[in-house]
Design a protein around this ligand. Structure first.
Ligand SMILES: Cc1cc2nc3c(=O)[nH]c(=O)nc-3n(C[C@H](O)[C@H](O)[C@H](O)COP(=O)(O)O)c2cc1C
Length: 363
């Protein structure tokens, strides 16, 4: 039986343990979506992770509406990311870039253009902008020409990620963002070949993954899905009917790993009564399966591996607040709590100052 501390091959990436860092938006880039120096320090502090999945990173201005989030559509952004990947590699770590198009979850005050989505819809609630929160706007439905352009954006961002020294890329197809807005029938009302049947709703995912693999190879490509329950207003009437075929098509591509974010009924960052689909997805996807949400101790994470459902676990808030999470889990040491007030604030506070065990002891 595998232990959390055993190595695992994730496609072309050899991870020394099964404790992955989940993608975490932290808002520490500049207004041009260019990574800053403290980002290199933050990620290097967490280089003990089996693999770091970067914060969601925009493939284009159209697709990036989160204030101070980074991008990968310009050479300047890629050059700044190189300082991050170099710092992680110098500490013996590995890092892949999570590629992001937010679809309708943006505001034109940040992107400069009307939000886009599968259909002409509007998210309930308010978007983060540089001027505070503002009501979401009605999205424009993408036409086939737009989709071709977005596929090019994914290919360019992948090329830039590799040039920036990333060990691979993760396609962000979860959490109610653009690809999820195509996958799930609560947001996708299209009547063309991108809407209706599960096969049509998975078409954008398939085309994106095809283009990313074309640049990076399947072994350096991974995908994140959030199959169960509402994610930021995006939901499906029959998740199994679309996500099991989606997992099957990713299996056929031979991607490096598939990560599932599956909150439970008592989740502390999103919760749902819709049961997780990981048991069914496990049948359809035979590569490494990484599970996420609400793992805060070794026993729970190990139990999921022992059950045979997961090959590795990704930790979000626990890694955010514990740079030495691997060591803490190994020794069953208590964890620092993360402070939500500084999750997305700029600057070093609540970012690079969470203490390691040895620092806490010395203090
Ligand atoms: C501050 C913060 C930022 C996040 N940013 C992202 C992101 O950029 N991409 C993503 O896929 N999920 C993001 N998530 C979701 C996490 O990856 C993860 O699914 C969630 O925190 C639940 O896992 P945990 O219980 O281990 O924290 C974020 C969560 C938090 C708390």
């Amino acid at each position: 039986m595998a232990s959390l501390f055993d190595p695992i091959t994730l496609g072309a990436v050899n991870a020394p343990n099964r404790i992955l860092m989940a993608p975490l938006t932290r808002g520490r880039a500049d207004k041009g979506a260019v990574p800053t120096a403290i980002m290199a320090e933050y990620y290097a502090q967490r280089a003990d992770a089996g693999l770091i999945i970067s914060e969601a990173t925009g493939i284009s201005r159209e697709g990036l509406g989160w204030p101070y989030a980074p991008g990968l559509w310009t050479d300047e952004q890629a050059a700044a990311w190189k300082l991050v990947t170099d710092a992680v590699h110098a500490k013996g770590g590995r890092i892949v870039a999570q590629l992001w198009h937010m679809g309708r979850q943006v505001h034109s005050a940040v992107t400069g253009t009307q939000p886009v989505s599968s259909s002409e819809t509007r998210t309930e609630g308010q978007a983060h902008t540089y001027e505070g929160k503002q009501d979401f706007e009605v999205a424009r439905a993408l036409d086939e020409g737009d989709i071709a352009r977005i596929l090019d954006d994914y290919a360019r961002a992948t090329k830039n990620a590799l040039a920036a020294g990333f060990d691979g890329v993760q396609v962000h197809a979860a959490n109610g963002y653009l690809i999820d807005q195509f996958l799930r029938d609560g947001a996708n009302k299209r009547t063309d070949r991108y809407g209706g049947s599960p096969e049509n709703r998975t078409r954008l995912l398939r085309e994106v993954v095809e283009r990313v693999i074309g640049e990076a190879g399947a072994g350096r490509t991974s995908v994140r899905l959030s199959p169960n329950g509402d994610s930021q207003g995006v939901d499906d009437s029959n998740p199994q009917a679309v996500f099991v075929p989606a997992a099957k098509l990713l299996n056929d591509f031979g991607i490096g790993f598939l990560e599932l974010r599956e909150p439970g009924p008592n989740g502390t960052f999103g919760k749902t009564d819709v049961p997780p689909l990981s048991p069914q997805i496990r049948e359809a996807f035979t590569g490494p399966l990484v599970l996420n949400s609400d793992y805060f101790d070794r026993a729970e994470a190990q139990a999921k591996i022992d059950e045979g459902v997961a090959d590795a676990i990704s930790f979000g808030r626990a890694f955010l607040a514990n740079p030495d999470l691997v060591e803490r889990l190994r020794t069953d040491a208590p964890l620092n709590d993360s402070n939500p007030r500084t999750w997305y604030s700029q600057g070093p506070e609540g970012y690079i100052d969470y203490p390691r065990l040895d620092e806490a002891k010395a203090a």
